[in-house]
Design a protein around this ligand. Structure first.
Ligand SMILES: Cc1cc2nc3c(=O)[nH]c(=O)nc-3n(C[C@H](O)[C@H](O)[C@H](O)COP(=O)(O)OP(=O)(O)OC[C@H]3O[C@@H](n4cnc5c(N)ncnc54)[C@H](O)[C@@H]3O)c2cc1C
Length: 153
């Protein structure tokens, strides 16, 4: 099943003057700052967008994913803190674009990885399904701080 990104949230069209792409996603720069274009000028704002609502820029294979939304949120917290300090240090999301996915088929799964240099897909019969189930349990409970987070995961 392929689910296209379709379009942004109605509230952006109906109740905001945010700059949107044709598909209704919020235009941002690499540091997630909203990009208002007036004539040839792009004015910077103190408005930011993170995750699926934003218009990602990058290679044709890019995909909106949970871990990208998390990277964007983490980077943005850093960028705002640095901006408040008057520093020029910034972290961008584009260098983190990749696809990392375990597609559960009920009786197994397919592991998929794609970045700027390589693409990998291989089947994980039976065990893939349980890996995905395990990940779902770990992800939820570690976010809720019910179990400790494994460093780097
Ligand atoms: C079927 C499917 C499978 C996916 N599988 C994966 C995967 O395996 N791995 C992966 O990394 N990513 C996966 N993704 C993508 C991932 O879910 C998203 O990229 C991620 O959830 C984006 O996070 P977000 O916080 O930007 O948006 P969301 O998680 O969509 O959060 C937006 C929140 O805003 C709330 N909201 C909406 N309107 C309003 C309103 N008017 N007022 C207040 N709140 C509102 C919504 O209820 C929602 O809770 C999948 C997506 C889909 C649809």
């Amino acid at each position: 099943m392929y689910i296209p990104a379709l379009q942004g949230h109605d509230v952006f069209y109906n109740a905001s003057d945010l700059p949107l792409t044709e598909a209704g996603f919020i235009k941002i720069d690499d540091y997630q700052e909203v990009q208002f274009e007036k004539g040839e000028k792009v004015s910077k704002t103190h408005i930011y967008a993170v995750g699926d609502s934003s218009a990602l820029e990058g290679p044709g294979w890019k995909a909106k994913q949970g871990h990208i939304a998390e990277v964007m949120a983490r980077n943005l917290a850093f960028n705002i803190a640095e901006k408040e300090k008057g520093s020029d240090k910034r972290k961008g999301y584009k260098e983190h674009l990749n696809i990392l996915c375990v597609m559960d088929s009920g009786d197994g799964a397919a592991f998929i990885y794609r970045n700027h240099d390589k693409e990998v897909i291989f089947p994980l019969p039976v065990i893939g399904h349980w890996m995905k189930r395990g990940w779902g349990w770990y992800f939820k409970n570690s976010k809720l701080k019910k179990v400790p987070r494994i460093p780097g995961m």
